[in-house]
Design a protein around this ligand. Structure first.
Ligand SMILES: *Cc1c(COP(=O)(O)O)cnc(C)c1O
Length: 396
């Protein structure tokens, strides 16, 4: 059964783009629909997921964290152990294989903090693709190391100097490039957002996470998990974990949004919690809008979560009640960052620390026979300099 009809999940999703882009996206959609059912394509993707990314990664029983939380068992899905350190590579490898099938030699991408840019540059290096990454000038300054990583991998990073010089403008620049160069160019989108078919495609490539968890949990406990917990930026790691359990009504799904410095305008990026239906970057979803319907500025301690929109499928899950969405503040995420490092010897990405923080609270309220799976979407190596800096300035 497919929830998605003509690119819509209920009222959300769709393709709100200029006519020039519509044809290009239709071509991508047709190719995706064809190859997702092609055993040879799926076997090639599986080969790279296993041999290059290192899948399947473990579903680790965090016994010490469980004991400290004092309730339900906490399992961690170790996406942090993937090559390049996060779940994003699952998707970029899928899309680069599709670009190859489409005969494209040039790949473009947008990036905010640089994580998707690095995952794209990695996939392009492996498949000999020219790689161009659009990045806001502000983000380039803040994320110098990721810019250097992308360049090491052979990508060209183009500085975007329009508007606020951040992710939103980088997406606009990438879309303009695509309109001009669609004959040779493939646009690689980094989360389960954007116009149809990207949300469905990114979900398909990330659902390997939930499919592995199903098998691993059956093996470890002989049953399905009771709760799935994942952080939500655009929503790709969460939908990758959740979607294979959609029909299992006893499995509760909880998406964790960034409450930043508090749930007041400009201080958070909790699109599902405080947004309303609107259009951003060519699709409909919950968006953080002000009274004049302008997109609001957002904040989160973790650069990977500060997007004012969210995936259309999550917007639909929220309305239907299939998933619940909660928030965790910067300070709570930081506490969990320290806690998981000390207790389990695992330094989580600040994004993932939001999910860990909520899971610790939840576990404490549940009896010991319940099982929670937390998606550890990435490792925290990329964040240690930032946290160290904040400590030196006594902001922690
Ligand atoms: C990019 C990123 C996220 C947020 O993106 P989603 O599409 O919501 O998954 C979460 N965790 C890590 C480690 C990331 O790099």
């Amino acid at each position: 059964m497919s929830l998605c009809k003509n690119g819509f999940y209920g009222e959300f999703g769709g393709r709100f783009v200029p006519p020039e882009l519509d044809g290009v996206l239709e071509e991508v959609k047709e190719a995706f629909e064809k190859y997702r059912n092609d055993p040879e394509f799926m076997a090639e993707l599986k080969y790279y997921h296993q041999q290059y990314v290192g899948r399947p990664n473990p579903l680790y029983f965090a016994e010490k964290l469980t004991n400290k939380a004092g309730g339900a068992k906490i399992y961690l899905k170790r996406e942090d152990l993937n090559h390049t350190g996060a779940h994003k590579i699952n998707n970029t490898l899928g899309q680069v294989l599709l670009a190859k099938r489409l005969g494209k030699k040039r790949v473009i991408a947008e990036t905010g903090a640089g994580q998707h840019g690095v995952a794209t540059a990695t996939a392009c290096a492996l498949f000999d693709m020219e790689c161009i990454v659009y990045m806001g000038e502000m983000d380039i300054e803040r994320q110098r190391l990721n810019v250097f990583r992308m360049e090491l991998l052979g990508a060209k990073v183009i500085s975007v100097t329009d508007g606020l010089k951040t992710l939103k403008e980088a997406v606009d620049a990438a879309l303009n490039d695509l309109i001009e160069n669609y004959k040779t160019t493939y646009y690689m989108l980094g989360s389960a957002v954007g116009p149809d078919p990207y949300p469905a495609m990114v979900k398909a490539f990330q659902s390997v996470i939930g499919m592995e968890v199903r098998e691993q949990m059956q093996k470890a406990e002989g049953s399905l998990p009771d709760y799935l917990v994942a952080c939500v930026g655009g929503g790709s790691n969460a939908i990758g974990l959740f979607s294979p359990f959609y029909e299992d009504k006893d499995v509760k799904m909880i998406g964790v949004e960034p409450a930043g410095k508090g749930l007041v305008p400009g201080m958070h990026a909790a699109s599902l919690t405080l947004g309303r239906p609107g259009i951003i970057h060519g699709f409909k979803c919950y968006v953080l809008l002000d009274e004049a319907d302008e997109i609001m500025p957002v904040h989160s301690i973790s650069a990977g979560l500060d997007y004012p929109g969210v995936g259309p499928e999550h917007s639909f899950y929220k309305d239907s009640g299939r998933a619940e969405y909660v928030t965790i503040t910067d300070a709570e995420a930081l506490d969990a960052f320290f806690e998981l490092s000390k207790v389990e010897g695992i330094i989580p990405a600040l994004e993932s620390a939001h999910a860990v923080a909520y899971a610790i609270k939840l576990a404490g309220e549940l009896p010991p026979d319940k099982k929670i799976v937390v998606n550890l979407s990435g490792r925290g190596d990329k964040d240690v300099a930032q946290v160290c800096d904040m400590m030196a300035k006594q902001q922690v």
